[in-house]
Design a protein around this ligand. Structure first.
Ligand code: SF4
Length: 485
């Protein structure tokens, strides 16, 4: 049995906000697993659910490929799959049913199935891969093909046996990431992604991972796939992939989807040297922490390599809340890092989180003040979302009886008891965006007066947006005050 049909359970259409934005990234994690199995002699196909309309679209590839194995392998690098959205879970369950009806052996790997492996087994899946899974998948398929009946020597899997659920030993993480083949990009219809990016952003961005895991311990952050380790590819190996993406797909931009980019000492410096030596021209964005963005040499190297935008896990403007989250950063560091990035023409963007346990009106005001003073390039606002395996989840799990997951990435429901009702946080989200846009417009207006010759159409547009945002923020604030009473 050597025919494997891969898929993943993220359907862009089932996530209305992301569908509207229309800037999808191909399922990188899936493509890594597919490449490894193909390198080991298996006949591999992919059903990319990204643009599909329904989970039933899996039927045709299941029948056309005559798959022996159906492997639903989510992209564990993408934060959207880490959210374990129920729309995607339902789609995954449907695909499991369709594959079982056609006699496939069904194997699942995802953040959601790692956390809820029993539910996935109850839906008919034969095996769940727990955590980082490429090697576990290969060993499992080899073992099935050898007609072995004892799967207990394979680390990092769960399965049903004689009416009970077996979970094997935790798998050691992969250390030598260069040993993996490059993702099987040829299995994806890149044109669909490119068209969407060009139409909605005017350029084409693809995703790459240079590391796995994050050693920090923010107590709400779930890392069911790559965990608390930190392993890097070599800069040479990363450059090889960038060159390939540029040659094959003519990319303009890369999202390095690592939890933390370039933490290994000297890595970014070596990477920037290679980018310059090979004369590769591209822009990229990364994620990082404020406390790691304070060294000028490091920032200079990032800028030299082409870094254009850094999403910083700022989270809150209140030190009390950062400490409660075990974030390990300070508000002062967020200010210093932002200023340093701006100095080197890298755009700082902030992830902001409202609704953490113990957050009061004063803490919220501090966060809004920080955003409006620092004026990051973009802000991504969420509300605290308890995911299994975190300290935060343990603290609030008694409140999660009615609901424990969002349906899509825009739901932003607060699912546990907190200072305010869920409606307050939804209104807060609206207000903060408008308040930020107003301050951005005013800052641009001030710039216009001080540097009139540097003004362009984009700046004028931003300034004129105040006509909408100023009154809209005012009315949103009134509504927020009502909800906060
Ligand atoms: S630094 Fe980022 S990825 Fe690492 S634990 Fe904190 S939130 Fe998670």
């Amino acid at each position: 049995m050597n025919k494997i049909l891969f898929s993943h359970s993220y359907f862009l259409r089932f996530d209305p906000k992301q569908w509207k934005i229309g800037l999808p990234y191909a399922p990188l994690g899936t493509l890594y697993a597919a490449a490894l199995l193909r390198d080991n002699g298996y006949q591999v196909n992919l059903f990319d659910s990204m643009f599909a309309k329904s989970a039933d679209e899996i039927i045709e590839p299941l029948e056309n490929t005559g798959a022996d194995f159906f492997v639903l392998y989510d992209d564990g690098f993408n934060y959207l799959t880490k959210m374990c959205l129920t729309n995607m879970r339902e789609a995954a369950f449907k695909m499991i049913h369709r594959a079982k009806e056609r006699g496939c052996i069904v194997i699942i790997s995802s953040s959601d199935s790692t956390d809820h492996y029993k539910e996935y087994l109850e839906q008919g899946a034969d095996f769940i891969l727990l955590g980082e899974a490429e090697i576990a998948l290969l060993e499992l398929i080899q073992s099935i093909n050898k007609k072995e009946n004892d799967f207990s020597p394979i680390d990092g899997i769960a399965f049903s046996q004689h009416g009970s659920i077996m979970k094997t030993k935790r798998r050691n993480v992969l250390k030598d990431l260069d040993a993996l083949p490059l993702p099987a990009w040829d299995l994806v219809n890149i044109d669909l992604y490119k068209e969407s990016w060009k139409k909605n952003a005017g350029y084409f961005s693809m995703n790459m991972a240079t590391t796995r895991g994050c050693p920090f311990k923010c107590n709400w952050c779930a890392k069911p796939i790559y965990g608390n380790r930190y392993n890097s590819r070599s800069p040479e190996n990363v450059i090889k992939e960038i060159k390939l993406l540029k040659e094959k797909f003519d990319i303009d931009h890369i999202w390095f989807c690592d939890d933390i980019f370039g933490l290994k000492p000297g890595w970014v410096n070596a990477f920037a040297d290679l980018v310059e030596k090979e004369e590769i021209v591209f822009k990229f964005k990364i994620q990082c922490r404020a406390d790691l963005l304070l060294q000028e040499n490091y920032i200079k190297d990032l800028a030299r390599a082409g870094c254009d935008n850094i999403w910083m896990g700022a989270e809150s403007g209140s030190q009390k809340i950062l400490d409660a989250m075990d974030k390990g950063t300070t508000v002062g560091q967020i200010y210093s890092a932002t200023n340093l990035l701006k100095k080197h023409h890298i755009k700082p963007s902030f992830f902001i989180q409202f609704g953490y346990l113990g957050e009061t009106k004063e803490d919220i005001e501090k966060t809004i003040r920080m955003i409006n003073e620092l004026l990051p390039h973009e802000i991504g606002i969420s509300v605290s979302y308890p995911l299994p395996g975190t300290v935060f989840y343990e603290k609030v799990k008694q409140d999660l009886i009615q609901k424990s997951n969002w349906t899509d990435s825009d739901e932003l429901a607060l699912m546990f008891k907190n200072t305010y009702q869920p409606a307050f946080y939804r209104q807060l989200h609206r207000y903060v965006h408008k308040s930020y846009r107003t301050h951005l417009a005013l800052a641009n207006l001030l710039n216009l007066f001080s540097h009139p010759l540097k003004t362009n159409l984009k700046t004028l547009k931003k300034i004129s947006s105040a006509i909408y945002y100023l009154p809209a923020a005012y009315f949103d604030k009134l509504k927020l005050q009502q909800l906060g009473k």
